[in-house]
Design a protein around this ligand. Sequence first.
Ligand SMILES: [Zn+2]
Length: 258
Amino acid sequence: MIFLKSVLIFGFSFVCLCRAEALTILIDPGHGGDEFGAVAMSQEKNPQPIKEKDISLAISKRIYDILREKNYSVFLTRSMDRTVTLPERAAIAEKTKADLFISVHINSSPEGGAVGFETYYLDNHDDVAMKKVEKTENIQSSGDEVVVQQILVDLVVQQTVNTSKPLAESIHSQLKSTVGKKYGIKSRGIKPGLFFVLALSKRPGVLLEVGFISTYKERVRMMNPKFQDDYARAVVIGIENYIKGQKKRPVRIIKTKK
Ligand SMILES: [Zn+2]
């Protein structure tokens, strides 16, 4: 119940950021350490596990490097293979005073043959297919914690949806016109999702599902450094286009009172 207390005691205040050029961006590689995320077996004589946590880290690091090269203030929630809980990721967002939160994940489907990339932003919905993705990505949450987090989700949705959705649209449209075209990858669209890592970060943020680890062609592609670079560059241009758009209207983020 620690989260509920902090919500009730500290409440929320809203800070107007009119400094688009100096935005701090936090890149969040999904899973890590003991938590593998989705896993598929390689098609070799001695099959080896291919893990979501490794691919999400490689792509996140590319995004991080490209943003660094462009002199953005940028951080990673993990830079190596280690376990980081969802609340710890949120604490890093607070500590780094991140303005934008980009979480990178790899999809999986038990049906097999699923293809494409999709971009999520935090919002309520009733879609059954999206609930399956949420279940996987919210795996660390359970019991009381979920109830408390749901309260937080509602509060944060109200305050971030107007910024998270344009960010998702900007990144997704860039992915569509670059890697989507170049590699002939299907766009599965921009979708609302109740991801606690986005809610807990309390920032405008998106959760990227790069492709399906369960589909051979997609996992081979996602492990290719050239694809990782192309994907990361598209994400960075999407972020930059979003920032340019925000210069006309101030970014609003939620900050807890100190
Ligand atoms: Zn994931």
